[in-house]
Design a protein around this ligand. Structure first.
Ligand SMILES: [Mn+2]
Length: 292
């Protein structure tokens, strides 16, 4: 293609081919437009396209880290087709797709979709990094063994992940009694929001293994900055609470993969899509800055 004509690529960050082809990319963003187990507001299937579209407005240069993010190489995968057979089959499909890119040595970031996409992605990462701790940011505990007839829906993600390995849950302010009992009886680390311990960031980082998988349900944010989610919950984390925690984790441990989910773009102002997009960008920056 002639380079003197200003093409716009429809990939994450609207990167030119030289920064976004699979061969050069350190990271892969994998869009998963799936929201079939949502029990309240549907629309997270439109999250990946809204995140990618908003990302074209982001600067490649990150002021905080003084790096050009595009230099890590970011490949935007084709969208994963939802499996309508069952939520369990969809989980297996997500796991397969994530393992495909992990097998190439890529850092994979899944763009949901509803938060159940985290199950397949986390299981794939737990297979590649058996010691990994999953840091699960969510307004809800997602520890129900089963909900509305499935064990593989958005209400059971943390439970399925905990059955496979280590998990630390942060930001919870809404849960059922069964989930509270599960946390207590399993001695599971769950930082409710607001946190009681002013040094909660250090406590979380100290509890993590070397490899960390990060799972972010956008409803962990306060609805004042993130209303476009399926289950908004008041009293949440703010921008710097979340980014500061992720930065500290990346400083002391290795973030090996992540997902960002539950953006339902029609439920809020365009700033929500932009915020979700910038969060993906910041996670990539913290996780990959040493690869630049
Ligand atoms: Mn949630």
């Amino acid at each position: 293609m002639p380079k003197d004509i200003p093409w716009i690529n429809k990939n994450f960050l609207a990167l030119p081919d030289t920064d976004s082809n699979l061969d050069v990319a350190s990271a892969v963003v994998l869009p998963v437009p799936y929201d079939s187990t949502e029990s309240s507001i549907v629309g997270a299937r439109n999250g990946p396209s809204a995140i990618i579209q908003s990302s074209s407005e982001l600067e490649d240069y990150d002021l905080e880290l003084d790096v050009d993010i595009s230099n890590i190489g970011i490949y935007t995968s084709p969208y994963l087709e939802p499996h309508m057979g069952s939520p369990e089959l969809m989980t297996q499909r997500v796991q397969l797709a994530v393992e495909y890119y992990l097998g190439m040595g890529k850092l994979v970031g899944v763009l949901g979709g509803e938060h159940s996409v985290s199950i397949g992605s986390a299981l794939a990462h737990q297979k590649y990094y058996p010691d990994a701790t999953v840091v699960y940011l969510d307004a809800h505990a997602d520890l129900r063994n089963e909900y509305m007839g499935t064990k593989w829906g958005h209400a059971s993600g943390a439970r399925r992940i905990h059955e496979q390995g280590n998990i630390v849950i942060v930001g919870v302010r809404s849960l059922c009694y069964e989930e509270k009992l599960y946390i207590d009886s399993n001695d599971l680390t769950c930082v409710f929001w607001p946190p009681e311990d002013p040094k909660y960031v250090d406590s979380i980082v100290d509890s993590l293994s070397e490899h960390v998988y990060l799972s972010v349900d956008l409803d962990v944010f306060d609805p004042s900055i993130m209303s476009a989610v399926g289950n908004p919950e008041p009293g949440g984390m703010h921008w710097h609470d979340v980014t500061n925690l992720i930065k500290h984790i990346a400083d002391k441990r290795e973030i090996v993969g992540f997902d960002v989910s539950e953006l339902s773009p029609d439920q809020g102002p365009p700033s929500c899509s932009y915020t979700a997009s910038k969060l993906v960008y910041k996670i990539l920056a913290y996780a990959c800055r040493n690869k630049i």
